[in-house]
Design a protein around this ligand. Structure first.
Ligand code: PEP
Length: 249
């Protein structure tokens, strides 16, 4: 039985003050009716405020990125150990904005994923095709490559802890969410690829999220899909009332 996850990716939004305000409003009304794992991914600078604001709750913290070294001359980067000090348990890796806006390639994404696993954090590895790739009928090929490269060298006894987010790039921040059928089809494909790389039992443990314009009005459709175990949500997670509605899917 896979525990669903609803994760809010705040991207470059909600500084420390807004994070503290979000959490005080959120906690006043939060009831986890569906027993989903609730994860928030604030920007790095807001993680300390988020740690303080989530103390004593079941809300888990995620980072939006990480570097694969422990320390040293890597200006602007943050290590897994630094994140752990801030109470972080999850790390989003390979988000489409990091791939396509900031130029991250599969090899770097794989190094980060391996490091996150080695540090006993949980990677949320994002994969997904761009619009031209979907229109060219190569969604399967793109997702396959990103997934195979992303999980390369992850040992079989560790792969069950990974979370995969299927996020078609054309659906992110556009209001054009994928249909539940498309989300289910690609999530099933991801599970089948993992079963081929590892085995069926292990693949069945991996949680697969859908992300791309998820909002309170459409989340239920995704949560009904047998291979979709939750959602990675950007815009609709930024305000406490919207995020609370999502959790009550
Ligand atoms: C995201 O940031 O991962 C995302 C899916 O954004 P949005 O929900 O705004 O499309």
């Amino acid at each position: 039985m896979r525990k669903p996850i609803i994760a809010g990716n705040w991207k470059m939004n909600n500084g420390p003050k807004e994070t503290a305000e979000f959490l005080s409003t959120f906690k006043a009304s939060y009831k986890n009716k569906n027993s989903a794992e609730v994860v928030l991914a604030p920007p790095f600078c807001s993680l300390a405020a988020a740690k303080e604001g989530t103390a004593g709750t079941e809300i888990r913290l995620s980072a939006q990125n990480v570097y694969y070294q422990d320390n040293g001359a890597y200006t602007g980067e943050i290590s897994c150990r630094m994140l752990k000090e801030l109470g972080v348990q999850y790390v989003i890796i390979g988000h489409s904005e990091r791939r396509h806006v900031l130029g991250e390639i599969n090899e770097l994404i794989n190094r980060k994923t391996l490091k996150v696993i080695a540090e006993d954090l949980i990677p949320i590895l994002c994969v997904g095709e761009k619009l031209d790739e979907r229109e060219a009928g190569i969604t399967e090929k793109v997702v396959n490559l990103q997934l195979e490269k992303g999980v390369q060298n992850i040992p079989a006894d560790k792969i069950g802890q990974i979370v995969i987010a299927y996020e078609p790039v054309w659906a992110i921040g556009t209001g054009k969410n994928a249909s539940a059928k498309d989300a289910e089809d690609v999530s099933k494909l991801i599970r089948d690829i993992l079963a081929g790389l590892y085995n069926r039992e292990t693949a069945d443990k991996v949680r697969i999220l859908y992300g791309g314009s998820v909002k309170p009005e459409n989340i239920t459709e995704y949560m009904k899909c047998s291979n979709v175990d939750g959602a990675l949500v950007g815009g609709a997670s930024l305000k406490p009332d919207g995020f609370l509605k999502l959790l009550n899917y």
